[in-house]
Design a protein around this ligand. Structure first.
Ligand SMILES: Nc1ncnc2c1ncn2[C@@H]1O[C@H](COP(=O)(O)OP(=O)(O)OP(=O)(O)O)[C@@H](O)[C@H]1O
Length: 240
C-alpha cells in the first residue's frame, strides 16, 4: 500500500528521521513503538503527507506521492491524534464536517454519519456539544470522524493513551473490530505494549529516527535484536 525509500526528515541540521526502506501492506495493522522523541509522530506525519520530507520518496500503490499535496491525495488518509481537537459544535456536525467539505449530498451525509455514530456507539450523543464530552466519548467522536471518510490508510497517534483502563479496553475492542470489518490499512503509534499486542499484526520499533526492527508482533517481541532488546525486554519484564 505504502512504500517509503530513503525517507529523511530534518529540522534545520537535526535529522529527526532517517529510514532507508519501509513497506506497509494493504490491510496491514502496523504498530509503531519506541522511546520518547524517537520520531514516531514525525514518521506518521511524513507518511500521511502532513510533513514534507527533506529527502526520499513515498509511494502509494506504486505511485510517487511525495510531492502530491493536493486535497484529493490527502483525503485518501485519515489521522487521529491523542487529543481529539473537536470543533465547537455538536457531535453530529463534528463527524459530518469532512463529508460536507467533500460536498456530499445532505441525505448521504446524514446516513453516513448515523452509520458511524452507531458503529462507535455514540448515536445518543449526536446532539451533544463537543466540549461537553468525556475523554472516551471525545475519542470515539474523533475516530468516527476519521472512519466516516473511508480512508485508504488510517493513522492513529496514541489515541488511547489518555483514557482510563476500562474505557481504553472497550474502545480498543471496538476499533479492532471496525478495522477488521472494513479491512482498513492502519498505522498505530503507541507506548503501550498491551495495546500493540492486542491491535497490531506487525510491529516496528523506531529508535533514534530509524526502524530498528520490523516483523510480526509476536516474533519481534519473542526475538528482539541487539538494537531493540533493551527496550523490548524492559517492557516484557513489566508484563511477565
Ligand atoms: N519541528 C521540529 N523542530 C525541531 N525538532 C523537532 C520538531 N518536531 C519534532 N522535533 C524533535 O524530533 C524528535 C522526534 O519527535 P517526535 O514527536 O516525532 O517523537 P515521538 O517518538 O513521537 O515522541 P513521543 O513519544 O514523545 O511522542 C524529538 O527530539 C523532537 O524534539
Amino acid at each position: 500500500m505504502i512504500t517509503a525509500k530513503n525517507l529523511e526528515v530534518r529540522a534545520g541540521k537535526k535529522v529527526l528521521l532517517s529510514i532507508p526502506h519501509f513497506e506497509l501492506q494493504e490491510g496491514e495493522v502496523l504498530g509503531i513503538m519506541g522511546p520518547n522523541g524517537a520520531g514516531k509522530s514525525t514518521f506518521i506525519k511524513a507518511l500521511a503527507l502532513l510533513e514534507k520530507p527533506s529527502q526520499g520518496t513515498i509511494f502509494l500503490k506504486g505511485k510517487d506521492i511525495t510531492n502530491d499535496l493536493t486535497l484529493d491525495m490527502r483525503r485518501r488518509f485519515a489521522v487521529a491524534m491523542q487529543q481529539p481537537l473537536l470543533l465547537d459544535t455538536t457531535v453530529f456536525q463534528n463527524v459530518a464536517v469532512g463529508l460536507k467539505l467533500r460536498k456530499l449530498p445532505r441525505q448521504e451525509v446524514k446516513q453516513k454519519v448515523a452509520y458511524w455514530l452507531e458503529k462507535f456507539q455514540i448515536s445518543s450523543l449526536a446532539k451533544k456539544h463537543g466540549a461537553n464530552l468525556s475523554g472516551g466519548e471525545a475519542q470515539r467522536v474523533n475516530l468516527a470522524r476519521a472512519m466516516v471518510l473511508e480512508p485508504e490508510v488510517l493513522f492513529l497517534d496514541e489515541p488511547f493513551s489518555a483514557l482510563d483502563f476500562p474505557t481504553k479496553v472497550q474502545l480498543l475492542k471496538d476499533i479492532k473490530s471496525i478495522i477488521q470489518q472494513t479491512n482498513t490499512t492502519t498505522v498505530f503509534v503507541s507506548h503501550d505494549l498491551m495495546e500493540l499486542k492486542f491491535l497490531a499484526d506487525t510491529l516496528a520499533i523506531l529508535m533514534d529516527g530509524d526502524l530498528k526492527q520490523t516483523g510480526p508482533t509476536e516474533e519481534v517481541l519473542a526475538s528482539p535484536n541487539s538494537s531493540t532488546s533493551g527496550f523490548i525486554n524492559d517492557w516484557q519484564s513489566l508484563l511477565n
